[in-house]
Design a protein around this ligand. Structure first.
Ligand code: GDP
Length: 318
């Protein structure tokens, strides 16, 4: 039996160790991780959780490196997490992410956690959420969660952050950039990256187009109308404006209480996800049920019973 963690002692567990516990499949490790997470709850209120998405090549890593350094220079502690379970880009290796964000990786006020290399999106998302709590407990007040703007992971990230930033390139339609309409609807700001050199004017006109397009969407529940801007991660142009926008958003959503309401709603979704996951796991891992399911599968193969009736019987017997 794993030793239960007492208040105070949990935070002495090294940050990296706690995250390893969260990511472990070992039941005792999971129990210990849950105890640590319980202690982390009151410590998470002061952070800002920011999701960053955009197609590969838009400049996410370069941008995170730029804004990360801007933020540590302002005295913040920044944690960078990635959620991209299907990525073969860096195969989740620490080296992969550290090479991508070399200066930030060497900043003592920044912590870069590579994306978990395997597992279902649900599993990876859960671990990322737990890692957010651990980083907050360890004193990181800004959490950047990176995702690739082409699939399901945006929805997962959106459900765990306060602010969602979409990075775009100038002069390419949404379709070309593989960005789904749903992602535009989720974002709180669009910034057109690579607004430098010959690309600056194109970026400016793209900004106007996106700004007009954003006005066509209804104002979201936050009451914040998403904005469009331009920046350059390479020259640092407007990186401070991105941060100003996030701060304005925070001020706005804290004053109308959306910030807290949204976090509560996210926690409720989490509660139900956990119940769903655990119910399923208990059912399928139950020894008697394993046998009963195998019998039911045989009946389906022999055409001797309907799937509906068998499913009802299995659940009634559980
Ligand atoms: P990611 O795949 O979205 O993480 O994109 P990266 O950060 O790896 O950047 C892809 C390429 O775009 C790299 O060659 C970067 O040097 C370049 N890049 C990123 N940001 C900028 C920028 O603001 N301006 C210019 N000109 N190039 C950039």
């Amino acid at each position: 039996m794993a030793k239960r963690v007492k208040k105070g002692s949990a935070l002495k567990v090294q940050k990296g160790q706690a995250i390893t516990l969260v990511e472990s499949a070992n039941i005792e490790h999971r129990k210990l991780a849950q105890d640590i997470l319980e202690i982390c709850i009151p410590l998470s209120g002061k952070s800002v959780r920011i999701g960053i998405t955009g197609v590969p090549g838009v400049g996410k890593s370069t941008f995170i490196e730029a804004i990360g350094q801007h933020l540590t220079a302002l005295g913040h502690k920044v944690a960078v997490l990635a959620i991209d379970p299907s990525s073969s880009r860096n195969k989740g290796s620490i080296l992969g992410d550290k090479t991508r964000m070399e200066s930030l990786a060497n900043d003592k006020n920044a912590f870069i956690r590579p994306s978990p290399s395997s597992g279902s999106l649900g599993g990876v998302a859960q671990k990322t959420r737990e890692t957010i709590s651990l980083c907050e407990a360890a004193g990181f007040d800004i959490i950047l969660v990176e995702t690739v703007g082409v699939g399901q992971s945006e929805t997962a990230v959106h459900s765990m952050v306060d602010f969602f930033l979409l990075l775009m390139l100038a002069g390419a339609g949404d379709e070309l950039q593989g960005i789904k309409r749903g992602i535009i609807e989720m974002c709180d700001a669009i910034f057109i990256n690579k607004a430098d050199g010959d690309n600056l004017n194109k970026a400016k006109s793209s900004r106007v187009q996106y700004s007009n397009a954003l006005h066509l969407y209804p104002v979201p529940d936050s009451g914040w109308s998403p904005t469009a801007g331009i920046c350059s991660a390479i020259t640092n142009f407007n990186i401070d404006v991105v941060w100003d926008t996030i701060e304005q958003y925070m001020k706005h959503t804290k004053s109308n209480n959306y910030f807290l309401e949204n976090r509560k709603r996210q926690d409720l979704v989490r509660l139900h996800e956990q119940i769903d996951m655990k119910l399923k796991a208990r059912f399928y891992n139950n020894t008697e049920m394993k046998k009963a399911i195998a019998d039911a599968e045989a009946k389906i193969s022999n055409n001797t019973a309907s799937a509906y009736k068998l499913a009802d019987e299995l659940l009634d017997n559980y």
